[in-house]
Design a protein around this ligand. Structure first.
Ligand SMILES: Nc1ncnc2c1ncn2[C@@H]1O[C@H](COP(=O)(O)OP(=O)(O)O)[C@@H](O)[C@H]1O
Ligand SMILES: [Mg+2]
Length: 250
């Protein structure tokens, strides 16, 4: 079997003095694949994502990116949280350039690249504005551009669209899929929303009680389009995922 791009092997974690919240998780993601981690609130999704980001260290097992153990967050991965977490005293452009600024002084090339990303996300007209003047959906796009500005080979997202209305969320899902396809980005996307997982993912990890309880392939055609949501294939997959969650108690 080919080496996995991200390889999570027998990973366990507990917060100090607590019962394990991630227990013996095995999961592999191939390069360029888009996987969703799906489960109810409290099942350990954020903890597993933080382990994959190197923000937490596993007490057992190993997480490797292209064969090398992940020891700390770095430019090899982009992270996007549930809240956009933009800095309101910086312009949209400077927010997008933040990961570059943490490494070096951004140059004209960095700026051109950030502006191109903003343009891809329909935000070129807002580059010099401040985040408070933007809608929730626009702020999420800025956070997505920021997560992508260093062109990380791996993108980790933690319920990034959960606070958005359904129409804006659908637009952001399409933006995300398109941008990741263009850059060949490998993605692990956390959600508690079955329809979101089916629409986005090549493969879904169903999580419950700190464990991966099911592994569901999503053989829908790519690129995805909104019309798919109303088709019988989509609904059969959503029902299959729902059944997996009910069966496990997830
Ligand atoms: N910093 C922490 N210290 C102690 N317990 C935590 C901490 N963060 C999360 N937990 C607990 O770990 C479990 C899993 O949390 P989390 O990974 O955030 O789940 P999810 O993202 O699926 O909602 C929950 O029971 C939560 O209360
Ligand atoms: Mg969470």
């Amino acid at each position: 079997m080919a080496m996995a791009f991200l390889d999570i092997a027998q990973v366990s974690f507990s917060y100090p003095g607590r019962a394990p919240v991630v227990g013996g998780v095995d999961w592999r993601i191939g390069q360029g694949e888009f996987h969703c981690l799906l489960g109810r609130s409290g099942c350990g999704k954020t903890t597993l994502l933080k382990l994959a980001a190197g923000l937490l260290r596993p007490q057992a097992g190993r997480i490797a990116l292209c064969g090398s153990e992940i020891a700390a967050p770095g430019p090899q991965l982009g992270f996007m949280f549930q809240a956009p977490t933009l800095l309101d005293w910086l312009t949209v452009l400077d927010n997008v350039l933040l990961p570059v600024s943490l490494q070096r002084r951004p140059g004209p090339q960095d700026e051109a690249h950030a502006l191109a990303l903003l343009a891809q996300l329909g935000l070129q007209a807002h580059a010099r504005r401040h985040p408070r003047h933007l809608s929730g959906g626009q702020q999420s796009r800025v956070a997505l551009a920021r997560a992508l500005v260093l062109e990380p080979p791996l993108l980790l997202l933690d319920e990034p669209f959960a606070a958005l209305d359904a129409i804006t969320r659908a637009e952001l899902q399409d933006d995300l899929l398109r941008t990741c396809r263009q850059h060949g980005t490998t993605v692990l996307f956390v959600t508690h929303d079955i329809a979101e997982a089916v629409y986005l993912a090549d493969r879904i990890a169903v999580m419950h009680g700190g464990r991966i309880v099911d592994d569901i392939a999503v053989p829908l055609p790519a690129p995805r389009s909104q019309a798919l949501r109303h088709g019988p294939e989509f609904n059969a997959l959503a029902a299959r995922v729902r059944e997996a969650m009910d069966r496990s108690g997830a």
